[in-house]
Design a binder for this molecule. Structure first.
Ligand code: CLF
Ligand code: SF4
Length: 495
């Protein structure tokens, strides 16, 4: 199989309230073919490895308030929309508070392996605050990987400093490589103490991003590229972006959907710019995948996110709670090392076992099927349908099982109730599962079962606590055995 990991191996500002760039996910196969030095950097990074995101957590500290550009999908009241959902605001921390918070989280959540700075503005537009935080952390918590996300404008000037602090993972948000397209996304940048607008601004930004990418790759730093998919603006252009960044050695490409709501007050939101549908996003990711490793599990986290991707445990770590904590970090590091070793063992075993899911030996004429999965982590079917905050979507086909993406759910069943369903939330979840023919969960109530069936989605609670890929493949085989995927003679003729 072709090794799809790219050429990486060779080697007075406006104040905003959020981060920059977003993107990643090498799969089992790709991971096993990486050189040891890169595999070591990736295997426990929840954004850079799709597998890792079921087991390992990340956290962000919101230390960077200023931004040096304006994106049309950003409202500076909120976190940087290049890597965050608009509409959430993070509490700004000083570097000292941030370091304390990271150590507190690392001691409480040993699965937390990565600290990212992703806002609330652009981290590299706040170099003192960002690098003070990184420097202190690399001294006081050396077992934590450091990660940063940027719009790229200040990147070339920051590369030496990034390398000095052993920052192995950098995300650049690159939405275009053509200034004509860029001028429709960026109204202005702040450059050499003046505001530059239009095509000239976009050209400077693009040049800086590309130069920064090349400099990082030359130093062996893994680069993930985030792109925001904006229908009618850069949707036709992102395949070209993928080609260019691959050629220059980026490790992963994360195409994220634009989130544009009028109530967020962004230019695109107010102007009625639409967001892409899940099928449009998937089609573009598939088109780019021929050129690059694609990340499909990004959750567009906020600039103070804590926990596994898709969960937010930030409320457990507010500054008042942290100030009251006594942390013995040396003891925490020992515990963390044991937990990481146990997870690595489990992941290695899973990789061996999942070989069948990648090569199931099913005749090629069967059509692919999408299935939704309710999981709370660990790569297992282990969540009640009514407790799901999101559904992971997998595709089963004769070529195996692959992760497609996630769909946000409305949690409608809480606590130990007998599923007092809220009609609208259930309807939202059924809509979220559009295109899926099956939904796998640990349990499901009678009422949603019936409504899902009516919507043409078969609920399935028979694979509780089984590994996701194995369960998806087993259900696919059951569908084949039951004749559900047999084509009629007329369908075959049409094909
Ligand atoms: Fe944070 Fe980004 Fe580092 Fe991950 S997030 S700085 S690379 S540690 Fe990950 Fe969150 Fe997507 Fe970002 S899921 S928004 S890609
Ligand atoms: Fe907002 Fe763009 Fe700046 Fe991020 S880089 S804070 S999205 S203007």
């Amino acid at each position: 199989m072709e090794l799809k990991v790219l050429g990486q191996a060779s080697g007075d500002l406006p104040v905003s309230k959020g981060c920059s760039a977003g993107s990643c996910g090498s799969t089992d196969d790709q991971l096993s073919q990486l050189p040891d030095s890169i595999r070591e950097k990736v295997f426990n990074h929840p954004c850079y490895s799709e597998d890792a995101h079921h087991y390992f957590a990340r956290m962000h500290v919101a230390v960077a308030p200023a931004c040096n550009i304006q994106c049309h999908y950003c409202n500076r009241k909120y976190d940087c929309a290049n890597e965050s959902r608009p509409g959430v605001v993070s509490e700004l921390l000083t570097p000292t508070q941030a370091v304390k918070k990271v150590k507190a989280v690392a001691a409480s959540i040993p699965q937390m392996t990565v600290l990212g700075i992703a806002g609330p503005g652009d981290p590299l537009a706040n170099p003192d605050r960002t690098f003070t935080t990184f420097r202190q952390l690399s001294e006081e918590a050396p077992d934590i990987k450091l990660c940063v996300s940027t719009n790229g404008l200040a990147l070339p000037d920051s590369v030496d400093e990034l390398a000095k602090h052993n920052i192995d993972h950098v995300t650049i948000t690159i939405n275009c490589v053509d200034p004509e397209v860029g001028a429709k996304i960026y109204p202005w940048i702040f450059w050499n103490n003046r505001r530059v607008r239009g095509i000239e601004a976009a050209k400077i930004l693009i040049d800086q991003q590309q130069k920064g990418l090349e400099m990082l790759v030359a130093r062996g730093i893994l680069v993930k590229v985030n792109s925001v998919l904006i229908p009618g603006v850069n949707d036709k252009h992102l395949e070209e972006v993928s080609k260019v960044v691959k050629r220059k050695g980026a490790f992963l490409h994360n195409v994220m959907p634009l989130i544009a709501e009028a109530e967020h007050g962004t230019f695109f939101g107010v102007m009625g710019q639409r967001s892409p549908a899940p099928a449009e996003l998937q089609a573009l990711q598939d088109a780019c995948a021929g050129d690059m490793n694609m990340m499909r599990h990004c959750r567009q986290c906020r600039a103070d996110a804590v926990g596994l991707l898709g969960e937010d445990r930030g409320d457990e770590f507010t500054m008042d709670k942290i100030e009251a904590m006594e942390i013995d970090y040396a003891a925490a590091m020992n515990k963390r090392a044991l937990v990481h070793a146990a997870i690595k063992e489990e992941l290695d075993a899973k990789r061996q076992a999942s070989a069948t899911a990648r090569n199931p030996g099913i005749p090629a004429h069967y059509r692919p099927v999408l299935m939704g999965v309710a999981t709370s982590g660990g790569g297992l079917i282990n969540q009640h349908f009514g407790h799901a905050r999101e559904f992971l979507v997998y595709e089963a086909s004769p070529s195996g099982v692959r992760f497609i993406g996630h769909r946000k759910a409305d949690q409608y069943c809480s606590g130990n109730t007998t599923c007092g369903e809220t009609e609208s939330a259930l309807a939202t979840n059924i809509r979220a599962l559009q295109g899926c023919e099956v939904v796998l969960c640990s349990k499901i109530g009678y009422e949603p079962w019936g409504q899902l069936e009516e919507a043409g989605i078969q609920p399935n609670g028979e694979h509780a606590m089984e590994p996701i890929e194995d369960a998806v493949l087993a259900v696919y085989r059951e569908m084949i055995a039951a004749g559900s995927l047999d084509e009629t003679a007329s369908e075959r003729a049409l094909a």
